[in-house]
Design a protein around this ligand. Sequence first.
Ligand SMILES: [Zn+2]
Length: 146
Amino acid sequence: MSEIKPGVYPVPMTDPHADATTQPFWDAALEGRLVGPRCTNCTTVILPPQPRCFVCQNTVFEYVDLPGVGTVYSFTVVRHPLAPHLREAVPYVSAIIELDGTQGAGARMLANLIDVDPETVFIGDRVRVLFDKVSDTFAVPRFTKN
Ligand SMILES: [Zn+2]
């Protein structure tokens, strides 16, 4: 488990346990890039990666680089530690990020918003991705305010 820091949700794993569908996402994350699978038929970007496009049912995707910036679509501030090991992490912000360069709903990401005062987070805030490398095979995307 990663070190517990205030505002940072700890990562209990050291490997993403990816499959063929999700491995390109995690490979890019290790390189500090945010990517998403784009349907080769209708161009919808789907995150998290899935084996089938939910718009047109196509099963062929190409991974594309995303700008790694977006807008807070919604969020919650977790103030109560839901497990004893989270006592030092609260309060932390879990946010749904609407990513630039996508069609919105298809590629919203749930992520920890870090390095922020939870009282100053608002829907519509501009945010950018950063990657928290927790092992040689696993970098977790988190976001921070621009
Ligand atoms: Zn499609």
